[in-house]
Design a protein around this ligand. Structure first.
Ligand SMILES: Nc1nc2c(c(=O)[nH]1)N[C@H]1C(S)=C(S)[C@@H](COP(=O)(O)OP(=O)(O)OC[C@H]3O[C@@H](n4cnc5c(=O)[nH]c(N)nc54)[C@H](O)[C@@H]3O)O[C@H]1N2
Ligand SMILES: Nc1nc2c(c(=O)[nH]1)N[C@H]1C(S)=C(S)[C@@H](COP(=O)(O)OP(=O)(O)OC[C@H]3O[C@@H](n4cnc5c(=O)[nH]c(N)nc54)[C@H](O)[C@@H]3O)O[C@H]1N2
Ligand SMILES: [Mo]
Length: 667
């Protein structure tokens, strides 16, 4: 019996980007474990990845290309060969390009796999084709924008530093679901006596690690942050020397903004009592190394970027950056470590081609002129994960839309395809991973052969390029592409040790000593006042919000990742029913009972849920965890039928949480 352990990296869209060991026996992956030597993974995996072979060898994997034989969405398909599939796509596209130009075709991808080569495999192809561009702002670009507006190009903190903090505020992150390895460092800090505060809109599973939970009104965080800054001043807890030396415009914020944020006004906006505000301000002000870990929750609103700017005033006022373990971080940016242009080929892009925002697919497919006539979806499931589901589905139903979906499973999107192409999982493909939650880089060689006739993103674009007459763009194999990226190391990657990475070891990108006191902004200071911004000072802005008497939080599930992981029955069992969490007072007001079928509705749609009455929800805010598949839903829609195509204040991001609904008994 041939048995060996192979190195791999978790490909999912998660800040932890775990290093994996795959036990391969006779060519089959029989077990996947976390790499014990990796300082972040620490040998542990989340509940989703503990049985990754159940995903890889799921009986639901698509094994061959398929052609649609019934109505769109019906799921009637027949197997075809790769030759036939590629030839049909090329024929359709040649016709569309000749008649309407390349812009009639829209590529649609997001983050099914995070690797440098496979994630970006289609860019060169679609640039050359002259296809419409996709503005990929589905996740949390407002968070990055807010960071840059205050901190410029300053790098985020190393997650390991969390262990040295004595006061950790987890702000708008359900880390128990979305970043369990960050929680290792929180636990380490707690062992040394650190206190943990959680700021969220409901009592999430992360509350289990928190000493204090603050539940605030959705979209109100900027008011809380500015109120805290004002209280720090009032209590004499501000670090004047730090402000003087390192913070641009702090006097302006003091004079022009802070007087508005009295504890009473903040309480009215946020629902956080003046007493709680004071306790949090005192805890922050008295801590030696206070740390704020920012999730994405408060950034998926019409005021998302401004909210981050306001929150980042708090560590500046505390001088938290001086101390090991102190400061703040959200997503880290390691993208600059590798020269992605080898893959992305921006030189092939005609910048005049139209650009379509990923969050506005519904409008793009139903209203846009000249129309999108073909959609090519890869490693993304827009029918489930993109806002305004009814519009997206209406678009996908169009008979004149030629849709191709490259997928591992028959997702809600794949069900609408004219042609489905089978995709490999990460164990079956070569790639290179940077990440957004720590500073490690690692390559991930294929550990097993493709299951069935599945092909990787890169390999499909090789075939398509050949069929379209530009094979020259895709001469290299995926593994040669990984090598090509590593052959042109940036100085930062060089410093991590390229040879090690080439050999398949993980390596950490180094940060400069004193990195928390060097600010890569035009002034060299933390720019609380940023003259390049239309609004140079942060303030609380109202979110978009809708008609509706309850806020709807469309939060992540511990047992899924966006729409992924439905194929593992164990995880689906742990997830339970597709529920709506509601506070007992809200349920009583509507004469609703636990376990009842209820309908959440607003101007965009209605979705049936099983009601879960719980005081984990606060009055006025209901919660739906996870993105479900239509077939598993009690009604004919899932949660994104309620969310909107509106964008964030900056960076054109998604506003999933900026949603209100009415709720009544369902039928
Ligand atoms: N298990 C699991 N892991 C995942 C994912 C998943 O779906 N499931 N998704 C992955 C992806 S794509 C991403 S981007 C990351 C996301 O990870 P994070 O960036 O950490 O964001 P979330 O954990 O989604 O945080 C959302 C939290 O914010 C809260 N929230 C909503 N509105 C507000 C508000 O106005 N103020 C405050 N303070 N809180 C608010 C929500 O209730 C929720 O608990 O996680 C990744 N990991
Ligand atoms: N209501 C609500 N909606 C949300 C969110 C929310 O919090 N609430 N979160 C949003 C966020 S933060 C994000 S990032 C998006 C994520 O949205 P998506 O990027 O669409 O993520 P997934 O739902 O995980 O779907 C990824 C798909 O890619 C497929 N896949 C995986 N690997 C490969 C591969 O190598 N090749 C190919 N071709 N396919 C592959 C998987 O089978 C899966 O169906 O969802 C967003 N949608
Ligand atoms: Mo995301």
């Amino acid at each position: 019996m041939m048995q060996e352990y192979k190195r791999s990296v978790c490909p999912y869209d998660c800040p932890d980007a775990c290093s994996l060991l795959v036990k391969v026996e006779n060519g089959r992956a029989i077990e996947v474990v976390g790499e014990p030597q990796h300082p972040i993974t620490q040998g542990k995996l989340c509940p989703k990845m503990r049985d990754y072979p159940a995903t890889v060898y799921s009986p639901e994997r698509i094994l061959t290309p398929l052609r649609r034989t019934g109505a769109k969405g019906s799921g009637a398909f027949t197997p075809i060969s790769w030759e036939e599939a590629i030839a049909s796509i090329a024929e359709q596209w040649r016709g569309l390009v000749a008649q309407y130009g390349g812009e009639a075709i829209l590529p649609f991808s997001y983050a099914g796999t995070m690797g440098v080569v496979q994630r970006n495999a289609g860019h060169a192809f679609f640039h050359r084709l002259g296809a419409s561009q996709l503005e990929r702002t589905l996740c949390s670009p407002a968070k990055d924008y807010g960071w840059r507006a205050i901190m410029g190009g300053t790098k985020g903190m190393r997650v390991q530093e969390t262990a040295h903090s004595d006061l950790i505020v987890i702000w708008g992150a359900n880390a128990a679901a979305t970043s369990v390895h960050f929680l290792h460092f929180v636990q380490q800090a707690k062992k040394k006596g650190a206190k943990v505060w959680l700021i969220d809109t409901y009592e999430t599973p992360t509350a289990a690690v928190a000493d204090r939970v603050i539940r605030l009104q959705p979209g109100s965080d900027a008011a809380l942050a500015l109120g805290l800054v004002r209280l720090l001043d009032e209590e004499g807890l501000s670090d004047e020397a730090f402000l003087e030396e390192h913070v641009q415009g702090y006097e302006k914020l003091r004079q022009e903004t802070l007087p508005d944020y009295t504890a009473e006004k903040v309480a009215a906006l946020t629902g956080v009592t003046p007493q709680e505000q004071l306790e949090l301000a005192q805890a922050l002000g008295r801590a030696k190394a206070p740390l704020i870990r920012m999730g994405s929750g408060m950034t998926r609103y019409g005021n998302g970027a401004m909210t981050i700017r306001a929150i980042l005033c708090v560590p500046a006022w505390l001088g938290a950056w001086r101390h090991l373990g102190g400061g703040a971080y959200g997503d880290l940016s390691t993208g600059a470590a590798v020269d992605k242009d080898v893959v992305l080929r921006p030189d092939l892009l005609n910048p005049a081609t139209r650009s379509i925002n990923i969050n506005q697919l519904g409008d793009a497919l139903t209203k846009m002129e000249p129309p999108v006539r073909s959609l090519y979806v890869y490693h993304c499931n827009p029918a489930a994960v993109v806002a305004d589901q009814n519009k997206v589905l209406a678009g996908l139903r169009r008979d004149d839309l030629f849709t191709v979906v490259h997928e591992r499973f028959l997702t809600d999107t794949a069900l609408f395809a004219d042609i489905v192409l089978p995709a490999t999982t990460s164990l079956e493909q070569d790639d290179l991973f940077t990440c957004y939650g720590h500073y490690f880089v690692q390559r991930s060689p294929a550990a097993i052969d493709p299951v069935g006739e599945a092909k990787s993103n890169w390999d499909v674009f090789r075939l398509l390029a050949e069929a379209m007459g530009f094979a020259d763009l895709y001469e290299k194999t995926a593994v040669q592409m990984v090598d090509a990226v590593l052959e042109r190391p940036t100085p930062w990657l060089e410093a991590a040790g390229v040879e090690k990475i080439r050999q398949g070891e993980f390596a950490e990108l180094p940060l400069p000593a004193e990195y928390k006191l060097q600010y890569f902004t035009p002034s060299g200071k933390i720019e609380v006042w940023n003259p390049l911004e239309q609004e140079p000072l942060p303030r609380w802005l109202p979110p978009h919000s809708d008609e509706g008497d309850l806020w709807l939080m469309t939060a992540p599930s511990v047992y899924g990742l966006n729409s992924s992981f439905r194929e593992q029955p164990r995880l689906m069992q742990l997830r339970g029913k597709m529920s709506l969490l509601m506070h007992p007072a809200d349920a009583a007001k509507r004469k609703l009972q636990d376990g009842m079928l209820v309908e959440a509705w607003n101007e965009r749609g209605k979705v049936l849920f099983t009601l879960a009455v719980t005081d984990k929800a606060q009055p006025g805010v209901v919660v739906a965890e996870g993105v479900w598949k239509l077939a598993d839903a009690p009604g004919s829609n899932t949660v994104n039928a309620l969310t909107s195509q509106r964008l964030t204040d900056r960076a054109a991001g998604s506003t999933f949480y900026d949603t209100k609904v009415f709720v009544r008994q369902g039928m």
